[in-house]
Write a protein that binds this ligand. Structure first.
Ligand SMILES: [Zn+2]
Ligand SMILES: [Zn+2]
Length: 144
């Protein structure tokens, strides 16, 4: 279990280091067009945390930020271009990507924005059309 653990992760070059502690609010895969376009990947593995669960422990001055919409402030390392996290102010959560904290035990529970998917995944997990109702979405699920 992840409860009570504290794990460090870093950007691609290591200039920026992040520490997360406690338990994430949710873990899963995001298929939205914004995540795919920004990351240049077909799906993004996320960890959603309360903002206070994550701390930048090195290289805070090297973090760039871009918000295409007010819902998502995307952060990366200005040295290497490696992606770090996305702040979701309206949800009150931050996504420190699974790829950034590989030593944290990743146990995906759902897929979000599956209506925008380009990579169908048949893993038996719930496929949300957008996001669960408790995260401000429709709560609607789609077939795999
Ligand atoms: Zn870097
Ligand atoms: Zn997304």
């Amino acid at each position: 279990m992840n409860d009570g653990v504290s794990v460090k992760g870093n950007c691609f070059c290591g200039a920026v280091e992040i520490e997360v502690s406690g338990s994430p609010e949710a873990m899963g895969y995001c298929h939205c067009e914004s995540c795919r376009h920004w990351s240049a990947g077909p799906v993004n593995a996320f960890f959603l945390w309360k903002p206070e669960a994550g701390t930048v422990t090195r290289g805070a001055d090297k973090i760039g930020s871009y918000a295409k919409t007010e819902n998502s402030h995307r952060k990366w390392c200005k040295e290497c271009g490696g992606h770090l996290m996305t702040e979701h102010p309206h949800m009150g959560l931050i996504d420190v990507y699974a790829a950034v904290i590989p030593s944290f035990d990743y146990r995906p529970g759902l897929h979000v924005f599956y209506s925008e998917s380009v990579l169908p995944i048949h893993d038996g997990l719930p496929k949300m059309s957008d996001v669960p109702a408790e995260m401000g979405g429709s709560g609607e699920t789609l077939p795999e």
